[in-house]
Write a protein that binds this ligand. Structure first.
Ligand code: IMP
Length: 184
């Protein structure tokens, strides 16, 4: 059985990745190591830098994942700064910023970075379109899930399995898994 080491401290991401990798017969192990994240507008660059650093430090082939929510009416905000903005203003803050705004289109983007020690990182990306809801709904998932509507339900109203069928993260992880297993 192939093993994937996923370097993250985010248990929401771990739950989603585990569900997906299990279905593909891949054993996923979490490693909780806080690798440095560079400041960049580009999720790919953040994931590449993080993956290279984590692989070098842990001396193992690993994956990291960087994600963000991009709101069209706010010119892509909070984008690569999603984690920081979530900590500062949370979902209620985003709903306040969006009060009275007609264009509620938003996108989640994810980049998975894979790296072996001493090598360059490779990246795989995924995205999903949705809308910012008028109010918070649902209690599953994590982060912006309660305000991200995808076809009438927020991500927080979906089980992990349902979210995994459509999510940005799963799209990126699936691309990685196809590449990772191509020699089997
Ligand atoms: P990072 O990928 O750890 O830098 O985190 C980006 C931030 O975006 C997270 O802290 C969450 O607040 C948010 N985020 C990323 N992916 C998701 C998701 O699938 N659902 C909800 N929020 C997410």
């Amino acid at each position: 059985m192939k093993i994937v080491y996923f370097v993250t401290g985010n248990l929401g991401k771990v739950r989603e990745a585990k569900e997906m990798f299990e279905k593909l017969g891949i054993d996923m192990q979490q490693i909780s190591y806080g690798y440095p994240e560079i400041q960049s507008d580009n999720l790919g660059e953040i994931a590449k830098y993080g993956a290279k650093n984590a692989a070098m430090y842990l001396k193992k082939p690993i994956i990291v994942e960087d994600a963000g929510m991009f709101i069209s009416a706010l010119k892509g905000f909070p984008g690569p700064y999603s984690a920081f903005i979530f900590k500062c203003i949370g979902n209620e803050g985003i709903l306040k910023l969006m009060r009275g705004v007609k264009n509620r289109n938003a996108q989640f983007k994810s980049v998975v970075g894979y790296c072996e020690p001493g090598k360059e990182a490779i990246t795989f990306s995924g995205s999903v379109e949705g809308e910012i809801s008028e109010e918070s709904r649902g209690n599953m998932g994590f982060g912006y899930d309660p305000i991200f509507l995808h076809q009438k339900k927020t991500f927080a109203q979906m089980s992990t399995e349902e979210k995994n069928k459509v999510s940005h993260r799963c799209m990126a992880l699936r691309k990685f898994a196809e590449w990772f297993c191509k020699d089997i």
